[in-house]
Ligand binder design. Structure first.
Ligand SMILES: Nc1ncnc2c1ncn2[C@@H]1O[C@H](COP(=O)(O)OP(=O)(O)OP(=O)(O)O)[C@@H](O)[C@H]1O
Ligand SMILES: [Mg+2]
Length: 277
């Protein structure tokens, strides 16, 4: 596979950037979250959340509705920057660098973290245009290279056979499941290190859900995935690691095996056992 990063402006941290404070986390962690607090108009939503996202694996964030899963996920790529009244404190680090420190290029940061939303968010342009969008934005100009990137990423999400003869049709004509795979291809086209997903299969039927889950299981060989999951069954099927949230606090995080089979906290036991949530 050709490396396209050399064609793109990818630096996230300015040259004279200094991490605010060293954070100790597991070796090669994709992300370290330490003492993360989020409040809106002074009202706390997330309280002192800390955990590590291990590399090349799937981390599922679970917890009852309203516990702060989406807020947590959006904190990981600074999606709250534009929400009036939202205050974020604490640290989220990548490679030892705090993404909330001054001087961080937020656009470049988001290139490193592809986002898969709850409903497919195709751009109002062709299938080809959707996948080529990110690489073009980051400076890839050569048509031949763009065509290779589009083909490779559509193949990576199993869409090439289905759409290769209508690459220039509007993306909106694809089925919902195909659109979600197209969004995944669009995210992958800029070679992110992390994929974030917020209930990314909740709008899909069981077959399309399975296709996305199988893709994520394959993709974790190359990158790290953080998913807010809408069903415990999905977390049981695909999670390597689990973070259990309750009323804005992180109750427990650990391997899926540990959290599901031998949770440390009673609350976790009740949630995974189905008696709360
Ligand atoms: N922009 C906002 N303004 C006001 N309150 C907000 C905002 N965003 C989130 N909240 C509140 O923060 C809490 C956590 O919301 P969040 O969407 O993170 O929960 P969730 O765990 O993702 O829930 P669900 O499973 O229903 O999607 C909720 O009480 C919600 O109302
Ligand atoms: Mg949510």
């Amino acid at each position: 596979m050709e490396n396209i990063l050399f064609e793109m402006n990818t630096s996230v941290f300015v040259d004279n950037y200094k991490a605010t404070a060293p954070v100790s986390c597991i070796e090669n962690a994709a992300l370290c979250i330490r003492g993360l607090n989020v409040a809106i108009q002074g009202k706390p939503i997330l309280k002192d959340v800390s955990f590590d996202v291990p590399p090349k694996s799937i981390t599922c964030i679970i917890g009852p509705s309203g516990c702060g899963k989406t807020t947590l996920l959006r904190s990981l790529n600074r999606m709250h920057d534009y929400t009036a009244g939202m205050k974020v404190t604490g640290q989220v680090t990548i490679d030892g660098n705090d993404i909330y420190a001054p001087g961080v290029d937020v656009a470049a940061l988001r290139r490193r973290m592809g986002l898969l939303a709850q409903r497919p968010t195709v751009l109002p342009m062709s299938v080809f245009g959707n996948v080529a969008y990110g690489p073009k934005l980051y400076g890839v100009k050569r048509g031949e290279l763009l065509r290779a990137i589009v083909e490779r990423n559509l193949k990576a999400v199993g869409l090439w056979e289905e759409v290769h003869d209508r690459l220039h049709s509007p993306a909106g004509i694809l089925s919902v499941g195909q659109q979600q795979r197209l969004c995944l291809a669009r995210a992958l086209a800029v070679q992110p290190a992390i994929i974030l997903g917020d209930e990314a299969t909740s709008a899909l039927d069981p077959l399309a859900t399975r296709t996305i889950e199988e893709l994520l299981l394959r993709l974790k060989q190359q990158l790290s995935i953080v998913l807010v999951t809408h069903t415990l069954r999905q977390a049981r099927r695909i999670a390597d690691h689990v973070v259990f949230m309750y009323m804005g606090e992180m109750v427990e995080s650990g391997s899926a095996q540990q959290v599901f089979s031998n949770p440390v906290h009673d609350l976790t036991r009740e949630f995974v056992g189905g008696s709360i949530g």
